[in-house]
Design a protein. Structure first.
Length: 95
């Protein structure tokens, strides 16, 4: 199985849409690219990322770093296993 960068974006978009369909009145879910970008912090400036960054992730033009991936999973209420294909393994050291 070959990992394609657009798999992440496709799954992000699907999860945002699922969250909206599940509970359109709940604003805790990041249902739009704009809401999602406001909740994920940039590793460089410690400020929210730009909406264009989320667009680039969804279009397969770039990928989030590990810190942003964790925040992304929290915002989308899903595990990294959902967003990443099986061929990608994350090794997180035990604390």
């Amino acid at each position: 199985m070959t990992y394609k960068i657009d798999d992440l974006g496709t799954r992000m978009r699907a999860r945002r849409n699922d969250n909206y369909k599940r509970d359109p009145e709940n604003f805790n879910y990041c249902k739009t690219q704009e809401l999602l970008s406001e909740k994920i912090m940039s590793s460089k400036s410690n400020a929210p990322i730009d909406r264009r960054t989320v667009i680039n992730w969804e279009n397969g033009n770039s990928t989030p770093n590990l810190q942003q991936l964790i925040q992304l999973c929290e915002c989308l209420d899903c595990d990294a296993d959902y967003l990443l294909p099986e061929s990608v393994r994350l090794i997180v050291p035990a604390h």
